[in-house]
Design a protein around this ligand. Structure first.
Ligand code: CP
Length: 318
């Protein structure tokens, strides 16, 4: 059975099915009637991803199991693998995992027999972030095909840059990178443009923060960063009328983006966070269905005015 670990594992159809399901959940709440436990194993700090998984679980009626690295037996030397096996043994039905290692999934992939969902892997991938970004772009333009998307910032150290470039390309977008020379990743085959070019051609311009925690050494690129590589007020004025600003967060205001632009009319930054709840509901539901932990009869509409009806008319990905 397939875990939900990277964009590489997904077809364009599977991505579209998840986005469809997310939108159906936004329109109409659903509830899983069987008892299901989800463990959110975050070994790296998170505000948006962790909280939106918890909200998604609560909206679905899934019981979230607490895990805090600081008070867990990780402090006594327990590994990620043994922590995951422990939660499986205790009764978790699904695991959401974030860890700083690029390849943390490899030791879980074949040895954990409940679904594992990535909440972010090192510098390598962040598939649910990519889904919510695709959802946000789709809501804006009604398509992703032929949309010019510029991902600007610390490309080399960013899992979002890699996952998003891969997913958005699969969906037909034209993806460009803009960044300081130190932040380029030569292993990725996407065109690099300047920030001045980015604001001229981008239908969506996505800023990324400098990922200082993943830098091995001081980077010369951080001097005068805002003026040289950031979205300044002057650059924002040159954006196309319909163009939108995206950012996965957390934002370093005044560095990669001028502070007032975070909440300007063309910013969709808080919309992205809201979309994160619905795409995570879709990912959790799809995984539970695929692994046979629930079936469609365990999913009911939440809206009491409609009574407790089956939600089998919702299009589920298989
Ligand atoms: N975008 C994102 O992953 O944010 P968090 O680190 O706060 O989860």
């Amino acid at each position: 059975m397939k875990h939900f670990l990277s964009v590489k594992d997904m077809t364009a159809k599977e991505i579209i099915d998840l986005l469809d399901m997310a939108e159906s959940f936004r329109e109409e709440g659903v509830q899983i009637t069987k008892q299901v436990f989800a463990a959110n194993l975050f070994f790296e700090p998170s505000t948006r991803t962790k909280t939106s998984f918890i909200v998604a679980e609560k909206k679905l009626g899934i019981e979230s199991l607490e895990f805090d690295m600081e008070t867990s037996s990780m402090k006594k030397g327990e590994s990620l693998y043994d922590t995951a096996k422990t939660f499986e043994a205790i009764g978790a039905n699904i695991l959401v995992v974030r860890h700083e290692a690029d390849d943390w999934d490899e030791e879980l992939r074949d040895k954990i027999s409940i679904p594992v969902v990535s909440g972010g892997a090192g510098k390598r991938n962040h598939p649910t972030q990519s889904l919510l970004d695709a959802d946000t772009i789709y809501q804006e333009f009604g398509t992703i095909k032929n949309i010019n998307i510029v991902i600007a910032g610390d490309i080399r150290h960013s899992r979002v840059a890699k996952s998003n470039a891969e997913m958005l390309t699969k969906l037909g977008a034209n993806v460009y990178f803009a960044c300081a020379p130190d932040f380029q990743d030569k292993s990725l085959d996407y065109p690099y443009i300047t920030m001045d070019e980015a604001v001229e051609i981008g239908d969506a311009v996505m800023l990324l923060r400098i990922q200082h925690e993943r830098h091995d050494e001081f980077s010369s690129s951080t001097l005068n960063y805002h003026n040289d590589y950031g979205l300044t007020l002057e650059r924002e004025k040159k954006m196309k009328d319909h163009a939108i600003i995206l950012h996965p967060g957390p934002v370093n205001r005044g560095v990669e983006i001028e502070s007032s632009l975070v909440e300007c009319d063309r910013s969709r930054i808080f919309k992205q966070m809201n979309n994160g709840v619905y795409v995570r509901m879709a990912v959790l539901t799809t995984q539970l269905l695929k692994w046979g932990i629930i079936d469609e009869h365990h999913i009911e509409k939440r809206n009491d005015t409609y009574g407790r009806q089956s939600a089998r008319n919702i299009r589920f990905a298989n």
